[in-house]
Design a protein around this ligand. Structure first.
Ligand SMILES: Cc1ncc(COP(=O)(O)O)c(C=O)c1O
Length: 387
């Protein structure tokens, strides 16, 4: 095992982030307050949305978005199994039924045709994932949603800064959920954002994220008022703190630079991997005019190997290369198998990908030499287990 490990991802935290966090610590107000308001305003402006409602995670954002749109028992929500379980779990927790559309092998994203194929009388929403930093075919999905009066909620956990046909993800005015988990393109430690142009929806989201009461703690504190709170609806405790927003403000200012650097490293990977035949790179989703390169996902050519993906990943680990796995098909996770009776073979394209994907290291502070090292390790493992 190599001592000098290359992680699969690492956040890039600068002095501005550190200074701002320290200022918050010294300010006497560390929960949701002025920094959260500024981060929300900056984020709304960056993506081109009228409202940005910050939350503790993208998972929380998905939960509130589905709830605020009234999704519940008896409803079906069309989504992908090629995702982190959060996407599907939130549908399930609201008592609605997740229905899986198939993905395209090249892009690993759901296709409008596969969404069409699973629509029923009970379908109420479509919840696509902008996979790895590219965009799904939003215009085609929006057309289906408008035609059938469905809600379109975007899981944009991977897509801060992604552009579809020249439009930033989040700028279409629907309901879009972003993640600021430490491996994402920008981080607040943990955190998320829901954007929309719908003022009534934004108001519901704000209520639902903070107990359902009519005023947040900061507005009360800033005015030194003690007004009796009124619960307008039962809500959660999903508010982002100023400590987290302090990170987010400066991370957001650096996002374009991060994406540029990720894109440079991705190009270098694409060039270097061209002659490694056990690994295939993915095709760019049509309509994606700016790939945010959240992940660099490849698939293994298992026919050329004497081992499966998990063993291949282990061998990379022994060479000091960290990898990610995005994703193991959610419909075959135990809960979903037991609840809905899913079996291998139900979603052949998704399962094909699930058996083969590997996310290679990609983060802004990586060096060109690191890409060369990953590719050398891939060659070395291929020599050991190739047919
Ligand atoms: C596609 C997708 N959706 C949702 C989430 C949940 O994001 P968070 O960790 O911010 O809750 C993730 C997290 O990795 C994800 O990859």
């Amino acid at each position: 095992m190599s001592d000098d490990k290359l992680p699969f991802s690492k956040p890039s935290i600068g002095e501005d982030e550190i200074r701002e966090v320290v200022e918050v610590l010294r300010s006497g107000w560390i929960t949701s307050g002025p920094r959260v308001k500024r981060f929300e305003a900056d984020f709304a402006q960056y993506v081109g949305a009228q409202h940005a409602v910050s939350v503790t995670s993208c998972t929380a954002g998905l939960h509130l978005a589905l709830l605020a749109h009234g999704i519940g028992p008896g409803d079906e929500v069309v989504t992908t199994a090629m995702t982190w379980p959060a996407t599907v779990n939130m549908i399930e927790l609201l008592g609605a039924k997740p229905v899986f559309a198939e993905i395209d092998r090249g892009t690993l994203e759901i296709t409008p045709e596969s969404v069409e194929a699973v629509l029923t009388e009970a379908t109420r929403a479509i919840l696509p994932v902008h996979f790895a930093g590219q965009a799904v075919d939003l215009d085609a999905l929006a057309k289906i949603a408008t035609r059938d009066d469905l809600v379109l909620i975007e899981d944009a956990a991977h897509a801060v800064g992604t552009e579809y046909k020249g439009r930033r993800i989040g700028s279409d005015g629907r309901t879009t959920c972003f993640s600021f988990h430490p491996i994402k393109n920008i981080t607040t430690g943990e955190g998320g954002m829901v954007t929309t142009d719908d003022s009534a929806l934004a108001e519901r989201l704000r209520l639902l994220r903070f107990h359902g009461v009519n005023r947040d703690a900061w507005s009360r504190y800033a005015k030194m008022e003690t007004v009796r709170d009124e619960t307008l609806m039962p809500g959660f405790k999903y508010n982002l703190t100023d400590l987290q927003a302090a990170l987010g403000i400066h991370q957001l200012a650096r996002l374009d630079g991060f994406i540029e650097r990720r894109a440079e490293l991705a190009s270098l990977y694409l060039e270097t991997l061209a002659d490694i035949d056990v690994v295939s790179t993915r095709t760019l989703a049509e309509g994606t005019t700016r790939h945010a390169w959240h992940l660099f996902v490849v698939t293994l050519e298992l026919e050329k190997l004497r081992c499966d993906r998990d063993r291949f990943v282990e061998l990379l680990g022994e060479r000091g290369i960290g990898t990610g796995l995005h994703f193991t098909a959610v419909h075959l996770h135990r809960h979903y198998r037991e609840r809905y009776g899913f079996e291998p073979g139900d979603l052949p394209e998704t399962e094909w990908a699930s058996d083969r994907v590997i996310s290679l290291p990609l983060f802004p502070d990586m060096r060109e030499a690191d890409v060369a090292r990953v590719c050398e390790a891939l060659r070395d493992v291929a020599r050991e287990v190739g047919r």
